[in-house]
Design a protein around this ligand. Structure first.
Ligand code: MRU
Length: 345
């Protein structure tokens, strides 16, 4: 993706350092962070300097490659540390297992990052088929290029449609508590020149009831074998309302997000994040501002699970499939082999 006319990926490995866009500073400041050791990279994932399922996965792969470069004897311990940074995004575990079991960890980590880019590009092309000119599309959180190595998942079809000259408009859920929609998705869409408006999370149902939303596309952090989807907190509410008003609700995610060992959404570990994210907001310079009654406490589940029955389709790099078809697909050895038609619906 281009930032100020220059091509960037969200994260990359150069020599023994991992470079990543410091997402905590966006949209106010664009800065690249250099993680010189696997421990630095772990901390970057944990503190959400880098976030979003695909970007977390690629960064985890680079972190493990760094550990191998530092000393192969460190790798097993490093793998455990990396896997303890964020529990929900399946991509992280998919990547650490692949890199750990490969003969060339650096090459494997690079390959995985490239695969992420290719998968998202394909998701963009396939998802574009669902978009008609003039559509108003709602999205939740940030499943754009910042959440992956490039292109994104939920936003990729929108970018493809926009570049193809289709008139599209995006309603961006602000996505409290951390505001990934208001901060990151809005920043990306502005960069791309896609027309949009940020909406308060609570405004979605009203807009849907008024016929203002034609399509909803969200990302995923983990997809269970039965097609249940864990995504940023608030997604479930949108899916319930979309079903009520008959609005197509799509999930866009690469196959690396599917956890075939997880039978249903109930088994997906949900990250419990700090209450401070609810009680405080940050602005330019990351200054914390209390936005709740002094002394109040809060709970902060980071994700929720949308049952498969509320999801119209999952846009993968191999095709658009019904969530219920996932189980069938997982019985075959290669996920890709079975989906031959590019636009199953
Ligand atoms: O906590 P985050 O920002 O890492 O959350 C992940 C997300 O960005 C969303 O849940 C997103 O919709 C799916 S990740 C591609």
């Amino acid at each position: 993706m281009k930032v100020n006319g220059q091509d960037f990926r969200t994260v990359w490995l150069q020599g023994s350092s991992v470079f990543l866009i410091e997402q905590n500073l966006l949209p106010f400041e664009f800065k690249i962070f250099e993680a010189k050791s696997y421990k630095d990279t772990c901390l970057a994932i944990k503190t959400m300097l880098v976030r979003g399922a695909g970007a977390i996965g690629a960064t985890a792969g680079f972190a493990l490659a760094q550990a191998f470069l530092e000393a192969p004897s460190k790798a097993a311990k490093a793998k455990k540390e990396i896997e303890a940074t964020r529990p929900t995004a399946q991509n992280l575990f998919y990547v650490t297992n692949r890199v750990f079991n490969s003969k060339d960890p650096v090459a494997e980590a690079q390959k995985i990052a490239d695969e992420d880019v290719a998968a998202c590009k394909e998701i963009g092309k396939l998802g574009n088929q669902l978009i008609r000119a003039g559509m108003k599309i709602e999205t939740h959180c940030n499943a754009g290029w910042l959440a992956f190595v490039d292109y994104g998942s939920a936003l990729a079809p929108i970018y493809t449609a926009h570049r193809a000259g289709k008139k599209v408009f995006v309603y961006v859920d602000e996505t409290r508590p951390r505001g990934q929609g208001a901060r990151l998705t809005a920043w990306e869409l502005k960069n791309e020149g896609v027309p949009f408006k940020i909406i308060a999370d609570n405004a979605g149902a009203y807009l849907m009831s008024k016929g203002e939303v034609d399509l909803m596309i969200v990302g995923a952090d983990r997809i269970a074998a039965n097609g249940d989807v864990a995504n940023k907190i608030g997604t479930l509410e949108k899916a319930v309302v979309a079903k009520y008003y008959g609005i197509p609700f799509y999930v866009a995610a690469p196959s690396s997000t599917v956890d075939k060992n997880c039978p249903s959404g109930q088994a997906i570990p949900i990250e419990e994040r700090s209450a401070d994210e609810v009680l405080y907001q940050t602005g330019p310079g990351n200054q914390k501002i209390l936005v709740a009654a002094p002394g109040a406490t809060a709970i902060n589940p980071g994700f929720d699970v949308t049952p498969a029955e509320l999801i119209t389709g999952i846009i993968t790099e191999y095709g658009i499939i019904k969530p219920t078809e996932l189980t069938k697909l997982l019985f075959v050895k290669h996920f890709s082999a079975i989906i031959t038609t590019k636009t199953r619906r």
